[in-house]
Design a binder for this molecule. Structure first.
Ligand code: GTP
Length: 598
């Protein structure tokens, strides 16, 4: 029967190990897209993704494939996002599959991200096919890497497939292996409708498009469906598959993967991970493990010019339509004026949104320091989450405060173990485990306050390991901690946008650092500028910029008229990125450098 000829699979890989290249080659070899189209990388749609070489949104493509046994198969390739920030989405995409290709760069070996995704795949009982990529490169060592996969993951690599996704060499063996090794889906076509939503997006023309995997029953165009978690009903207006273009179909049964539209207006009408069922004959056993995604990292986003507020607002609205994990609300800062508080899954997610705002919407932004959400119990016994330091209540009203802790897994060549341990200790980490995976590769596990991770951990890790470490993290729980709000004052005025919540132990060091950086980043003025760091009324650091003498300015503008004009133009541009704090003009760079570590 038909279901016997379906194979649903994903490709899991560490960033840059060649997932997208392999996917493109598969589409090409099966004749689904021409070589030219595939050069545009079919599975990575957004420009930004392509440029940064990362996959943000998952996608599914149906690939008809005639196998060597003469039978026609339907391979559904379900693409997963590659970064730690999106691990819930990865997990949902994997849940839609029976198997996965584990792509490992044979010049590199197993990385933290590889492991994290393999464990997710094993959690979902997926059949895993190891694929050793980049065998065209002279430094490729498939034998050693296969051994590493066996040692570290415990996966049998006797039948690992050596390929070059770049040249296409041996990629046909991957297709055969998918057909032979991965089990077909199961499911009762006569049961009540049950389908898993693993992706959704919005466009103004069709509203929400939902990507789903059929588990039980049948879905048809015109059918009244129900979203399990919200109990809201919708009528299916379009039903189809991507192959690779959208093609309408009349109905779909168990094991199939496709898209539907149902006059849904918002992404929250079809949350990723939720179950679609029939409105008249609903299932009582939804697909397990649904959770609402919530932002973990927060920051303020402010337009440089007040007149850019409305366009920024429109841009945020537009972005949110297509990103259920992105949250924002209006906020006002004394220092920065009208702006927004925004929440993200993690740092990469934050950078992506900021970059898109600047690029696609031409927005000039000032971004405040990223913060995590702290859990606080006030003196009335109420629990409150604080994602904005300026909203922290007076310490006398706080009963206790807790910070989120992340479990960090770092993979590193043994030469760098010392440096990594030192960094983790400095970040208030608590070691959980350290294991030699092979003679030269170590996995270090730490519990670390998430705000320390958000602050500058990635950059520091990269620099102390010369880029050889890879990292995976998961926020696990809140732990009580002695936290204080640190304010930065410029000529006595607190700059609310620069306030942060820090551990008391670290407040002085941090305050000194930021004060010094601010001092350096604020251009000297015609009057004295004093920068201070304070906890409540107590000043813990102080720096000053003496007044600039007038004739100094006169001198540097002297003479050459064209040079002067250039200077003026430069100034005008610079002004655009300035914010006035009392009587002090602060360039955007000052905020950024104050907020950045070292
Ligand atoms: P993310 O989308 O960031 O997760 O990366 P990815 O795993 O999809 O990697 P991608 O396919 O973008 O490949 C990363 C780089 O490796 C690109 O520059 C590819 O051209 C290159 N690459 C991929 N496969 C091969 C291969 O078999 N041989 C060689 N020499 N290079 C390859």
């Amino acid at each position: 029967s038909k279901i016997q000829h379906i194979r649903n699979f994903s490709i899991i890989a560490h960033i840059d190990h060649g997932k997208s290249t392999l996917a493109d080659r598969v589409l090409e070899i099966t004749g689904l897209v021409s070589e030219r189209d595939s050069r545009e990388q079919y599975l990575d749609k957004m420009d930004l993704e392509r440029e940064r070489g990362i996959t943000i949104k998952s996608q599914a493509v149906r690939i008809p494939y005639k196998a060597k046994d003469g039978q026609e198969y339907i391979l559904n390739l379900i693409d997963t996002p590659g970064h730690v920030d999106f691990s819930y989405e990865v997990s949902r995409s994997l849940a839609a599959c029976e198997g996965a290709l584990l792509v490992v760069d044979s010049t590199q070996g197993v990385e933290a991200q590889t492991l994290a995704n393999v464990y997710l795949a094993l959690d979902h009982d997926l059949e895993i096919i190891p694929v050793l990529n980049k065998t065209d490169l002279p430094s490729s060592d498939p034998v050693a890497v296969a051994q590493e996969i066996e040692d570290i993951i415990g996966l049998d690599c006797t039948d690992a497939i050596c390929v070059s996704a770049k040249t296409g060499q041996n990629v046909d063996a991957v297709l055969e292996s998918i057909v032979e090794k991965l089990p077909p889906p199961e499911g009762d076509p006569d049961g009540p409708l049950k389908a898993l939503i693993f992706d959704s997006w919005y466009d103004s023309y069709r509203g929400v498009t939902v990507l789903f995997r059929m588990l039980e029953g049948t879905v048809k165009k015109g059918q009244k469906i129900r979203i399990f978690s919200t109990k809201r009903d919708f009528e299916v207006t379009n039903l189809g598959v991507f192959s690779p273009e959208a093609k309408e179909v009349k109905s779909m049964g168990p094991g199939e993967v496709g898209f539907l539209c149902a006059s849904m207006k918002e992404l929250s009408d079809a949350p990723v991970g939720d179950t679609i069922t029939d409105a008249k004959n609903p299932t009582d056993t939804p697909f397990p493990g649904f959770k609402k995604i919530k932002p973990m990292v927060f920051c303020g986003l402010y337009p440089v010019e007040p007149s850019e507020y409305e366009p920024l607002k429109a841009a945020l609205e537009k972005l949110q339509l297509n990103d259920a994990a992105f949250w924002y609300e209006a906020e006002t800062s004394q220092a920065l004026g009208f702006g927004f508080r925004a929440g993200f899954l993690g740092l990469l997610h934050m950078e992506i949104i900021q970059e898109r705002l600047e690029r696609e919407f031409d927005a000039q932004l000032i971004t405040t320091a990223p913060s995590v959400a702290y859990k606080l119990v006030n003196n009335k016994g109420e629990t409150i989450y604080i994602d904005n330091p300026s909203k922290m209540p007076d310490p006398s009203l706080i009963e206790s405060m807790a910070e989120p802790f992340a479990k960090l897994e770092i993979h590193v060549p043994n030469d760098y173990v010392g440096a990594v341990l030192k960094l983790c200790e400095e970040k208030r980490g608590i070691q959980r485990d350290m294991r030699y995976l092979t003679a030269t590769r170590v996995m270090i596990t730490y519990d670390i306050p998430f705000n320390e991770v958000v602050y500058d951990f990635f950059d520091r890790l990269k620099s102390v390991t010369k880029g050889y470490a890879s990292l995976d993290y998961e926020v696990e729980e809140f732990r009580v901690a002695d936290l204080v709000k640190l304010d930065m004052l410029i000529n006595g005025d607190p700059v609310d946008a620069l306030s942060i919540i820090v551990h008391r132990e670290r407040a002085t060091i941090y305050g000194r650092k930021v004060a010094l950086k601010l001092k350096r980043a604020i251009p000297r003025q015609l009057f004295e500028v004093v920068v201070q760091a304070a906890i409540g009324q107590r000043i813990i650091a102080r720096e000053r910029n003496p007044a600039l003498r007038k004739n100094v300015t006169a001198k540097c503008y002297g003479g050459d008229i064209s040079r002067k004009r250039k200077l003026l133009e430069k100034q005008k541009k610079g002004k655009k990125r300035m914010k006035k704090m009392g009587n002090v003009e602060i360039p955007q760079e000052a905020f950024l450098s104050a907020l950045k570590a070292d």
